[in-house]
Design a binder for this molecule. Structure first.
Ligand SMILES: [Zn+2]
Length: 121
């Protein structure tokens, strides 16, 4: 629901945070914003948003969010990924009922849009 706290843990409501990104009302301005919206898409099972925001060079043919019940997101570190950047890294820890998923994720901006590229190696 729009007035609910956003699942990404920003402290804002869904409407003021990831909601408009999931409905394509607006684009993510930073890599962190995209990362948060992708986490929220996982929570909501929004495969379309996950696929759309995944770099065409690295994304799978189809995206299946799965049945994992996500319980929280913590952004640990952000490197670049700002409005003046074309690349960025977001280090995050996402918790779910079965454990944690930690990743140092790489993002690329092309044509004014941020995309998730791959896990940083
Ligand atoms: Zn959010």
């Amino acid at each position: 629901m729009p007035e609910d706290p956003c699942p990404c843990g920003s402290g804002r409501t869904v409407e003021e945070c990831c909601g408009p990104l999931l409905t394509t009302e607006r684009l993510a301005e930073t890599a962190e914003e995209l990362m948060r919206s992708r986490y929220t898409a996982h929570v909501y099972g929004n495969a379309e948003h996950l696929w759309r925001t995944w770099d065409a060079r690295t994304r799978p043919a189809e995206v299946h969010p799965g049945a994992t019940r996500w319980t929280g997101l913590q952004i640990m570190e952000v490197v670049a990924g700002g409005q003046e950047d074309d690349t960025g890294i977001v280090d995050y820890v996402a918790t779910h009922e079965g454990g944690v998923h930690a990743e140092r994720a790489e993002f690329t901006r092309r044509g004014g849009r941020w995309f998730y590229t791959k896990e940083s190696t």
